[in-house]
Design a protein around this ligand. Sequence first.
Ligand SMILES: [Zn+2]
Ligand SMILES: [Zn+2]
Length: 223
Amino acid sequence: MTDAQIEKRLAQQKRSQERARQRQLEKQRSPEYRAKQREKQRATAERQRAKALANKDKLVEKAKAQAETQRTRAIKRAKLNSNKPAARNKPIKSKGMAGKARTKSDMSLHDKLGQLGCICCINAGLIQPFSGSPVSIHHIRGRTTADAHKYVLPLCAWHHDTPVPQDSGVSSDIFPIHSKGSEGGRVRWEAVNGTQFLLLRQCLNMVCETGIIAEASDGNSGK
Ligand SMILES: [Zn+2]
Ligand SMILES: [Zn+2]
């Protein structure tokens, strides 16, 4: 094909394309065509709406089924748990003895005093503070008075409530504040170890809790 022939064919193609474009434009301008197009668009929109509705119903059905499953499981769990004791709602008691429930700050104080160790053994040079020796929390004013759980001392068993075995070779200055029989007793105990209230202030100072009790209070009604 010569260049001239190619150019001629190109021109023909362009003309025929232009004619087709004009026909298409005329068709699009005609009211019939426009009406048809609008109808098509409406139908498409309608189909999409119907589809969305169907899906919505399906989604609602699915959500309902899930909710029902969860409800059934929750009822099963509740039935199982009702057979168990409600551990979480149990009041906190100290060693199962009667008295006021401890608050969180009481428990925190008792933990700190427990870590300190027996204050009488510390003062007698028998143990170092915070050396890990086990103690009981002794209540200076009993367990039912106001702030009962703040008037407490960390005491080892021998300084608290257990007599030292006879012929054990342990100093006779170590004896329990809760005496049985004629041995020990609070008056002699305080004469040897110091008054409970002073010991309490010393303890609170050592665990950095000095603000917990009033300076002027005395805790010597000891039980
Ligand atoms: Zn002790
Ligand atoms: Zn006690």
